[in-house]
Each structure stands twice: as structure tokens, then as C-alpha cells.
Design a protein around this ligand. Structure first.
Ligand SMILES: Nc1ncnc2c1ncn2[C@@H]1O[C@H](COP(=O)(O)OP(=O)(O)OP(=O)(O)O)[C@@H](O)[C@H]1O
Length: 299
């Protein structure tokens, strides 16, 4: 079977900035892949190469086996960029009609608007929509041509919880019907809700590429905080640590074992708190600490 997306040894620079550094990634048709990474990691650059908007400085990118700069290759592509410029004076229904007219078999406007809970807004000018409504429309537009591959760049940034969940449902529905999705996000939560595979990018390099379960296992850490002047963050079992004055925080995979070690060590501490790390903290930990091999040594 042809891969939906094949990225091989791709490097892309912007002047002195290496946005992507020898990145390889293969996405089989029908997979839903979440690309996670902090600001400036290279996620949007990756999508811009896959959608043929930019060309790599080195390496190759194939979309369904073709160069994505070839318009034929892009016929099966749907795309929601990070920022969408909608014509402000056109009505919502008109924009969907207009975009749909470029495709041989577009989703009927009424049905698409209903799927995205936009039916009541069909006659509103897009300039009067809220940020969340614009975002929903932008994702709907990516699906109007019944694409086989969907690229979503930060699809739910700025959306409230209900709007975010509605959009997730739409993406899940698309994926269930066989579509391939490459989705970027800052939020592990979003990737956790949607993706079956997670690619973590940091500073242009892929630092993790695993099943969702595999990535979650790597980020399964707990946070132990205490006040201390001693080196409590140098004990066994600490995977990362930070200091804020005399308040020490360590991330560990086994808080019980760490606390036993702490007590046995005789180091002084008070005000101990233990809680699960937030997803953001855990994700920062994945970025900070590349994959651990089975032998337990860092790659
Ligand atoms: N057109 C450009 N000109 C110069 N530098 C650029 C350009 N586009 C991206 N970069 C740089 O390349 C790096 C990767 O940017 P990119 O937008 O791909 O990151 P990102 O992971 O999508 O970040 P964010 O989550 O903030 O959108 C950054 O250092 C960015 O400043």
C-alpha cells in the first residue's frame, strides 16, 4: 500500500535557523498521527513541506507517492493552517460553496455545516464570527473536498472546551471513515484524545515516535515538591528536577520509592507534596529527556 506521507532525511533552514534537521517519518494511509512539540519546534514547517507550500533544502517529501508541489498530488489533501484568512464579507455558506466548487465531489454545504455545528451561522458574514467559529469553519473547509489526507496545524488553539470537543469528534469521524490525519499540537491532552501514534519534535529533531501508549508510558511521572536546603534532587529515582528558591521539585517515576529513599537519606526537608505531573510537565520531561533504551541509558 502507498504511504500517505513519506518524509525522508528532510532538512529545512530559514537563514541561520534549522527548522527541521534530518527528519524522517512515514505515515501509512488511515493513521492518525499527532505531532507534538513546543513553540518553534518545527511542526508547522513539517506540515508546510508535506502540503507542498515549501520545499526541503535536503531530503524528500512524498504525499501519496508524489511530490506534494505537484497539484495532482494535492487533490486528495485537506489542510487547515495555523492561521486562516477567511474573506470577511462572504457568508459562511458562500465560503463553503466557493471552496467546494473546486472539487469534483464536494460534501454538500448543508451537511458539512451541520457536522460542524455551523448551520445556524450559514448566512453570517465570516468577518463577524468569533475566533472559535472561524476555527471550526477552517477545519470544515479542509474536509469539503473529501480529502484522503488531512493536515491540521494547531486545530483547536483558542477554542473553549465544548468547541474543542466538537472538533475532536469531527476529526475522529473523518479518521473512522478511513482518512489519514497529521495533526500538530502543543497539547498532549489533544494528542491523547485523538492520536494513535505520537511524534515528538523538539528544535527540528524527532525526539520521540511511538504509539500513544508508548509515549504515555514515557511521560508517566509524578511530582514531589518540598522545602529543603539539601541535595534532595540528586537522589536515585529523580528523572528531572527544578528549584525555586529553597522549594525543590523532582519528577520521578515512582514517588513512593523516592520518598522512602529521601527519608532514609537523612536529608532535611519539610512541606512534602506529591501529585501526578500535569500533562504539560510530563510532556516537557519527554522533550527534555530523549528516549530511554531498554537498558535504561539515554540515547
Ligand atoms: N518563514 C520563516 N522565516 C524565518 N524563520 C522561520 C520561518 N518559518 C519558521 N521559522 C523558524 O523555524 C523554526 C520552526 O518554526 P515552526 O513554525 O515550524 O515551529 P512550530 O513547531 O510550528 O512552532 P509553533 O508551535 O510556535 O507554531 C522557528 O525557529 C521559527 O522561528
Amino acid at each position: 500500500m502507498t504511504s500517505a506521507v513519506t518524509v525522508t532525511g528532510v532538512t529545512r533552514r530559514f537563514g541561520p535557523v534549522v527548522a527541521l534537521d534530518d527528519v524522517s517519518l512515514e505515515v501509512p494511509a488511515g493513521q492518525l498521527v499527532g505531532v507534538l512539540g513546543p513553540n518553534g519546534a518545527g511542526k508547522s514547517t513539517l506540515l508546510s513541506l508535506v502540503s507542498g507550500r515549501r520545499r526541503p533544502d535536503a531530503g524528500t517529501v512524498l504525499l501519496e507517492g508524489r511530490d506534494p508541489r505537484d497539484p495532482v498530488a494535492r487533490q486528495g489533501l485537506g489542510l487547515t493552517p495555523q492561521e486562516t484568512g477567511l474573506p470577511p464579507t462572504l457568508r459562511v455558506g458562500e465560503v463553503v460553496d466557493f471552496v467546494g466548487a473546486h472539487f469534483a465531489d464536494p460534501v454538500p454545504t448543508a451537511s458539512l455545516l451541520a457536522d460542524f455545528d455551523l448551520a445556524d451561522l450559514a448566512r453570517r458574514q465570516t468577518g463577524s464570527l468569533s475566533g472559535g467559529q472561524k476555527r471550526r469553519l477552517a477545519v470544515a473547509l479542509a474536509l469539503v473536498g473529501r480529502p484522503r489526507v488531512l493536515l491540521l496545524d494547531e486545530p483547536t488553539t483558542g477554542l473553549d472546551v465544548d468547541a474543542r470537543h466538537a472538533l475532536w469528534d469531527a476529526v475522529r469521524g473523518y479518521h473512522r471513515s478511513g482518512g489519514t490525519v497529521l495533526l500538530t499540537s502543543h497539547y498532549l491532552e489533544e494528542v491523547q484524545a485523538l492520536a494513535e501514534r505520537v511524534v515528538v519534535i523538539d528544535r527540528g529533531v524527532v525526539v520521540g515516535d511511538d504509539s500513544l501508549a508508548g509515549i504515555l508510558a514515557r511521560v508517566d511521572v509524578q511530582r514531589v515538591t518540598m522545602t529543603s536546603d539539601d541535595d534532595v534532587d540528586e537522589l536515585d529515582g529523580v528523572v528531572s528536577a527544578e528549584r525555586d528558591g529553597d522549594r525543590r521539585t523532582v519528577l520521578t517515576r515512582d514517588a513512593d520509592a523516592y520518598v522512602r529513599t529521601l527519608v532514609r537519606s537523612g536529608l532535611r526537608f519539610h512541606g512534602l507534596e506529591v501529585r501526578g505531573a500535569t500533562l504539560e510537565e510530563a510532556f516537557a520531561h519527554v522533550v527534555a529527556a530523549p528516549a530511554t533504551t531498554p537498558e535504561g541509558t539515554r540515547r
